[in-house]
Design a protein around this ligand. Structure first.
Ligand code: BES
Ligand code: ZN
Ligand code: ZN
Length: 511
C-alpha cells in the first residue's frame, strides 16, 4: 500500500473515500467535517442534529456522497470530547476508519484527521493517523486460503486499500516527515506481529535468527548470530540449561545499528525469545498452551524496533540482543533442583522450569553488561503475575534507575503504548535468597512479577536498566473495530522512540 500526504482541501481529495472526525461536545460540526458538510448540502450536520452521529469515540458512520463531491463515500469518525482529544484518539479513529472503508471496498482512501486543533499538533496527529491506519489494516492470513482482509474471512477475494493519503493543513514537508515516521513505526510493529503470529512449528529459534538476519541485510544493520558452540564458549549456562530439553538448537541474535560515535557502546535492547513455552518438566496445563507460541514477543519487539531504528537513522549506536530457544520437556531437559551458572559467573537454583524467561535473559543481560552497553532495557512476556497485576491495558515497568524510568515513560507516551512503574524495594530480595546458589530462580506467588525483575537485577551489575513485562499486552484476544486479534507488537514503538530520544540527548555531533 502506498502512503502519501496532501495539504489540499478535503472536498478536493480525488480518491474513493475520505474520513473526517467530529467531537462529541461540539455544538456544531467543525473543521474538515464542516467543509464536507457544506459541499454536501448539510447532510452531516443533519445526522448530528438527529442524534445518528454523536461523536462518541469509536463511532463510525459511512455515507454515500451521490456525486456531490469527488469521493464516493465519506466516513464520519467520532473523536470523543474535544478536551480529552489525544494522539491516541487519532490513532484509533484512523484504524477504525480504514478498516471500515476497506470492508466497504474503497481502494484510495484519504484521512483528514490531522489538523492543528485541540491540543494535538499537526505532526503528532499526522503520524498517529498513518500509524493507526497501518496497524488497523494489518492481517495475518498467510496460511488461509480465504483471506481476512476487510471481510472477516467470508469471501474469497481479499479487499485491500491500495493508496492511503493523510490530509492535513500546514507545511507539506513537515506533514510528509511525520507521516513517514508513523509509517516506519507501524510497519516495524507489523513486522514484529508477523513473528509473534507465526506458528511455533515454523518459527523455531533458527528461523527467528534467519528472519532477523534477512531483515538486517535489507536495512543495513550488522547481524551476528551465536549457535550452541559459541554459547558454550561464552559460558551461557542459564540459556543452555533451558535449551537442553529441546531438539532444536538455541540461537543468540545480536543486531547492531551504528549511527553514533565510533567505539561508544550505546544502549542495548534485550528481548525474551522463547519460541514455544511448554513449561518444561514443570509442564503447563493443556488449556490455552497454544498462546505460548507468542513467548518470543519481547524478542520480536527488539527485532522490530531495530528495523525501525535502521530506517529512522538516529545518531546513536544501538544494539539489539535476542536469546532464543524452546522450553520443552524431554529426557535431557533441565530439572527443578538443578543449579545453573550464567555467563557473569552467578549461580541460579532452579525451582520451576516454567520460569525460563529470566534464565535466558540472565545470559543476555550479562552479555550486554560485558560489552558496556548503557542503558540496558529488556522486554519479556515474563510472568502471569504481571497479567494479574495490570491486566491487558498496561505493561509493567521495573527499573534500578529513576532517570531511565522517566525517559521510558515519556517515550512510551509519544509511542502510544502504556506502562506502569512497579516498585523494586530491596525487601523483595528476601524471597529469592537461596541456600545453595547465589540466587533462587523464583520467589513464590506474592509479587511474582517484581521478584522476577529482582532476579534479572542480579545480571545487570550497576548499569542503568529497565525491564518491561509485556505478558498481558503482547497478545490481543478480542477482535475489535480497530484491530484483528493476535500479536500486538507491543514495545516496538517504545524502544524505537527511546532510541530517538537518547540520540537527541547524546548530541548531534555523531554523523
Ligand atoms: N511465558 C510465561 C509467562 C506468561 C504467562 C506469558 C501468561 C504470557 C501469558 C513464563 O515463562 C512463565 O511461565 N512464568 C511463570 C513463572 C512462575 C513459574 C514463577 C508464571 O508466570 O506462572
Ligand atoms: Zn514459562
Ligand atoms: Zn515463558
Amino acid at each position: 500500500m502506498e502512503v502519501g500526504v496532501s495539504t489540499r482541501d478535503v472536498q478536493q481529495f480525488d480518491g474513493d473515500a475520505v474520513a473526517v472526525g467530529v467531537f462529541s461536545d461540539d455544538a456544531e460540526v467543525q473543521g474538515p467535517a464542516a467543509t464536507l458538510d457544506k459541499a454536501m448540502a448539510g447532510v452531516i450536520s443533519q445526522l448530528r442534529a438527529s442524534g445518528e452521529i454523536t461523536g462518541t469515540a469509536g463511532e463510525v458512520t459511512l455515507i454515500h456522497t451521490l456525486g456531490k463531491i469527488e469521493p464516493e463515500r465519506v466516513a464520519i469518525l467520532g473523536l470523543g470530547p474535544r478536551k480529552r482529544f489525544t494522539a491516541d484518539r487519532v490513532r484509533r479513529a484512523a484504524a477504525i476508519a480504514s478498516r471500515a472503508l476497506r470492508k466497504a471496498g474503497a481502494k484510495r482512501v484519504g484521512l483528514a484527521l490531522a489538523w492543528a486543533e485541540s491540543g494535538v499538533n499537526l505532526a503528532q496527529a499526522a503520524r498517529a493517523a498513518a500509524e493507526g491506519a497501518l496497524l488497523g489494516l494489518y492481517a495475518f492470513d498467510v496460511y488461509k486460503a480465504k483471506k481476512n482482509g476487510g471481510n472477516g474471512g467470508n469471501e474469497g477475494a481479499c479487499k485491500e486499500i491500495e493508496a492511503l493519503t493523510i490530509l492535513g493543513r500546514g507545511r507539506e514537508p513537515a506533514l510528509r516527515s511525520a507521516v513517514e515516521r508513523g509509517r516506519i513505526l507501524a510497519e516495524a510493529t507489523n513486522f514484529a506481529r508477523d513473528l509473534g503470529n507465526e506458528p511455533p512449528n515454523v518459527l523455531s529459534p533458527e528461523e527467528l535468527a534467519n528472519r532477523a538476519r534477512r531483515m538486517a541485510e535489507e536495512t543495513g544493520l550488522e547481524c551476528e548470530i551465536f549457535g550452541q558452540k559459541e554459547m558454550e564458549k561464552q559460558g551461557m549456562g542459564a540459556l543452555l540449561g533451558v535449551a537442553q530439553g529441546s531438539e532444536r538448537e538455541p540461537r543468540f541474535i545480536i543486531l547492531r545499528w551504528r549511527g553514533g560515535r565510533k567505539g561508544e557502546p550505546g544502549p542495548a535492547f534485550v528481548g525474551k525469545g522463547i519460541t514455544f513455552d511448554t513449561g518444561g518438566i514443570s509442564i503447563k496445563p493443556a488449556e490455552g498452551m497454544q498462546a505460548m507460541k507468542m513467548d518470543m514477543c519481547g524478542g520480536a519487539a527488539v527485532i522490530g524496533a531495530m528495523r525501525a531504528i535502521a530506517l529512522l537513522k538516529p545518531a546513536i549506536n544501538v544494539t539489539g540482543i535476542v536469546p532464543t530457544t524452546e522450553n520443552m520437556p524431554g529426557g535431557n531437559a533441565y530439572r527443578p533442583g538443578d543449579i545453573l551458572r550464567a555467563s557473569n559467573g552467578k549461580t541460579i537454583e532452579i525451582v520451576n522450569t516454567d520460569a525460563e524467561g529470566r534464565l535466558i535473559l540472565a545470559d543476555a543481560l550479562s552479555y550486554a553488561v560485558k560489552h558496556q552497553h548503557t542503558p540496558i532495557v529488556d522486554a519479556a512476556t515474563l510472568t502471569g503475575a504481571c497479567v494479574i497485576a495490570l491486566g491487558h491495558v498496561r505493561a509493567g515497568l521495573y527499573s534500578n534507575d529513576e532517570t531511565l524510568q522517566r525517559a521510558i515513560m515519556a517515550a512510551s507516551e509519544t509511542a502510544g503504548e502504556k506502562y506502569w512503574p512497579m516498585p523494586m524495594d530491596e525487601e523483595y530480595e528476601a524471597q529469592i535468597a537461596s541456600e545453595v546458589a547465589d540466587v533462587k530462580q523464583t520467589g513464590g506467588r506474592p509479587a511474582g512479577s517484581i521478584t522476577a525483575a529482582k532476579v534479572l537485577e542480579n545480571f545487570v551489575a550497576e548499569t542503568p536498566w529497565a525491564h518491561m513485562d509485556i505478558a498481558g499486552v503482547n497478545d490481543s484476544e478480542k477482535r475489535d473495530a480497530a484491530s484483528d486479534p493476535g500479536a500486538t507488537g507491543f514495545a516496538v514503538r517504545t524502544f524505537a522512540e527511546l532510541a530517538m530520544q537518547l540520540a537527541d540527548r547524546n548530541g548531534t555531533s555523531a554523523r
